[in-house]
Design a protein around this ligand. Structure first.
Ligand code: KG4
Ligand code: ZN
Length: 341
C-alpha cells in the first residue's frame, strides 16, 4: 500500500511516498529556513505563504522521484495538528482535496505521532518502549504502547528543549535555527567552561518532568555566576556548556523512567533527536538500547506522516473530509491517550 504523506505544520513544506509503512520511495523536504533566518525565528504569515507557493511542486516532486502518478497512490495522509494554524491548513486542505478528487482514503495525522514513528522507518522496533520526543515545541518522555497509543510520563513545565536551543542562539546572535548551530559550535568548545545547575522538580507529579527556563536564564542573564574563569567566554564554550546541561536535564528524567518502568529500549524523535551530544551521551549507556531516526527523519518530513497514515489505513480507520486543523494537541496529556483527531 502506497501512502502519500504531506507535512506543513511549521517551516518545512514536505511530501513523501512510503510503501507499507516502512519503505520510503521518495521524501522531498523544501525548507523555508533561509526565508526565516533574517528574522531569527519562524514568521507564521511568511510560513503559510511559502507553503501555499510550494505545496504543489513539492508533492509533484515526491511523485516524480517515486516514479509514480497520482493513480498509483492508495491513500493521502496529512498533518492536522499541532503546529502553526495557517501552515497546517495549507497541507491539510491540499491533502483532503487531493484524496477527495482521486476518491481515495484520507488520513489526518498528529505531527507528534509522526515524530515518534520516524525511527520505525529505518528500524524494526517492538512495542512497548520509552519514547523521547524532543522538538522545538515539545519535550516529552513517554511510554509508547503502539503507534497511536502514547502514555505521557513527563513533559516540560515551561520551555521545550529545542526552544531553549533556539532562544540561547538568538540571544548570542548565533543564527537560526539554534539547535544545529549550537550543536556544531559545541564541538569546538569545552563543556567544563561553565557548570549550570540541573533543576530538581519536587513531587511525584513531576517525577519525569523537565524544565528549561532556569537554564535559559542562567545562560542568558547569569553567565558570570556559573562561568569557570579558566576558560575564555567564546561562543563555542558557551554552546558546549549550555548543550551539556540541556542534554543532562533530559537524561536525568529519562534514566529515571528506564529504572521505574523496566523498559530498556528508548526511541527518540523530533528535531533535537539530531543532537550529537544527546546521541553520544546515550551511547555511553550500554544497558539502554537507544534508537534514533536517521538525521533527515529527525526534523519535519512527510515520510513519518505517511508511515503513521499507513497504520491507520491498515486498521480501516480514515478521517472525514471535514477534519480541520488544530494548533494544539488536546489528546496528548498524562495517562493513556489515544492520540487521534
Ligand atoms: O521537529 P522539528 O523540526 O520541529 C518541531 O516540531 O518543533 O524540530 C525543530 C527543533 C528546533 O528547535 C531546532 O533548533 C532543533 O529542533 N534542532 C536541534 C538540532 N537540530 C534541530 N536541537 C539540537 N541539536 C540539533 N542538532
Ligand atoms: Zn516537528
Amino acid at each position: 500500500m502506497k501512502v502519500l504523506g504531506i507535512e506543513s505544520s511549521c517551516d518545512e513544506t514536505a511530501a513523501a511516498v512510503v510503501e507499507d509503512g516502512h519503505t520510503i520511495i521518495s521524501n522531498v523536504i523544501a525548507t523555508q529556513i533561509p526565508f526565516h533566518q533574517i528574522y531569527n525565528g519562524v514568521v507564521p504569515e511568511l510560513a503559510s505563504r511559502k507553503h501555499a507557493e510550494w505545496i504543489l511542486p513539492v508533492v509533484r516532486n515526491a511523485l516524480e522521484e517515486a516514479h509514480l502518478t497520482l493513480n498509483d497512490i492508495d491513500a493521502v495522509a496529512a498533518t492536522s495538528r499541532p503546529g502553526l494554524m495557517g501552515s497546517l491548513l495549507v497541507g491539510l486542505t491540499f491533502g483532503k482535496t487531493l484524496a477527495w478528487t482521486l476518491n481515495k482514503p484520507f488520513i489526518a495525522v498528529n505531527h507528534m505521532l509522526g515524530h515518534m514513528y520516524a525511527a520505525h522507518l529505518a528500524n524494526d522496533i517492538q512495542y512497548p518502549y520509552l519514547g523521547l520526543l524532543v522538538s522545538g515545541g515539545h519535550s516529552i518522555i513517554c511510554r509508547v504502547n503502539n503507534f497511536d497509543d502514547i502514555e505521557v510520563l513527563g513533559t516540560t513545565i515551561d520551555d521545550a528543549v529545542g526552544e531553549a536551543f533556539d532562544k540561547v542562539a538568538k540571544f548570542y546572535g548565533l543564527g537560526y535555527p539554534g539547535g544545529v548551530i549550537i550543536d556544531n559550535l559545541a564541538k569546538k568548545g569545552c563543556a567544563d567552561a561553565a557548570h549550570f545547575p540541573v533543576p530538581t522538580l519536587k513531587g511525584d507529579d513531576h517525577r519525569y518532568d523537565v524544565s528549561y527556563s532556569g537554564l535559559k536564564t542562567a545562560v542568558i542573564n547569569q553567565l558570570d555566576q556559573f562561568w569557570n574563569p579558566d576558560y575564555p567566554k567564546t561562543n563555542e564554550n558557551i554552546a558546549a556548556a549550555f548543550q551539556e546541561t540541556a542534554v543532562k536535564i533530559l537524561l536525568s528524567r529519562l534514566f529515571r523512567a528506564v529504572e521505574d518502568t523496566g523498559l530498556t529500549t528508548v526511541v527518540a524523535g523530533g528535531g533535537v533527536a539530531a543532537n550529537s551530544r544527546l546521541r553520544s551521551m546515550l551511547a555511553e549507556h550500554s544497558e539502554i538500547n537507544c534508537i534514533f531516526p536517521p538525521l533527515k527523519l529527525c526534523t519535519d518530513n512527510g515520510a513519518m506522516i505517511a508511515g503513521v497514515g499507513y497504520h491507520y489505513l491498515k486498521r480501516g480507520e480514515t478521517s472525514p473530509i471535514t477534519t480541520t486543523a488544530s494548533a494544539r494537541i488536546p489528546a496528548f496529556r498524562r495517562g493513556l491517550a489515544r492520540n487521534r483527531q
